[in-house]
Design a protein around this ligand. Structure first.
Ligand SMILES: CC(C)(COP(=O)(O)OP(=O)(O)OC[C@H]1O[C@@H](n2cnc3c(N)ncnc32)[C@H](O)[C@@H]1OP(=O)(O)O)[C@@H](O)C(=O)NCCC(=O)NCCS
Length: 192
């Protein structure tokens, strides 16, 4: 049995099909999905994240992890993943945060990364009425910066030697509501 056979073919997690690829919500009860996600991320992101970082994101916000697979009978392994969270920011705005996006190199430049980011934005607005989305990316990651800027993200800060490899990062923010561009001092506290 291949490892892809261990991935449950559960249609309840299927969100959409685009260009013959399946976009699923992560299934927190499926250890094989977790293994494949951490393998994909550790192979292709420059920052070496510990397993505790995955657990933190995937356990707390499993609804904000989306995976991409080819339909059966093709190889059903995970070829793309996005991992995010949503939290109040300073108790005045709801802020989404995109932690990791990785596409298998053989499937890049096909629009999959863009589809995952758009799906995440859409769900964050619908489920949590977010006011903004934030993320960081390496200043040298031209592909990622283009992807985000094309979707409306704005560079707001350069973070000096932010990553363990000593590279600087850009912080990018996508404003969704007016609250995102209003000074915190002028915003009312979020209702608990
Ligand atoms: C960055 C990454 C997620 C992009 O995924 P992808 O599926 O190849 O991107 P898409 O095909 O959806 O491209 C989206 C846009 O970004 C642009 N883009 C993507 N990769 C690019 C590259 N290497 N150089 C220039 N532009 C690029 C595309 O041209 C496209 O522009 P468009 O909206 O005008 O059509 C992917 O390259 C990757 O997994 N990289 C390694 C991990 C990583 O760096 N993640 C981001 C860290 S925050």
């Amino acid at each position: 049995m291949s490892s892809s056979d261990n991935l449950k073919d559960d249609n309840s997690s299927l969100i959409t099909v685009i260009d013959n690829l399946e976009y699923h919500q992560f299934d927190a009860s499926n250890q094989e999905q977790f293994n494949q996600i951490s393998h994909l991320v550790s192979q292709h992101l420059s920052e070496p994240y510990s397993i505790y970082v995955y657990w933190y994101f995937l356990n707390t916000w499993p609804q904000y992890c989306f995976i991409v697979r080819q339909p059966k009978p093709n190889d059903h392994n995970i070829i793309g993943v996005i991992i995010s969270k949503v939290e109040p920011h300073r108790n005045v705005r709801m802020r989404g945060y995109i932690g990791m996006v990785v596409i298998d190199p053989s499937f890049r430049k096909l629009g999959i990364g863009k589809n995952l980011v758009k799906l995440t934005i859409d769900k964050m607005i619908n489920w949590d009425q977010i006011d903004e989305i934030m993320l960081e990316t390496e200043v040298i990651n031209i592909g990622a910066i283009k992807l985000y800027e094309n979707l409306g993200f704005l560079k707001t800060k350069r973070l000096y030697r932010y990553y363990l490899n000593t590279h600087d990062a850009f912080r990018l923010i996508l404003p969704i509501s007016d609250k995102s561009t209003t000074r915190i001092a002028f915003l009312p506290q979020l209702e608990s």
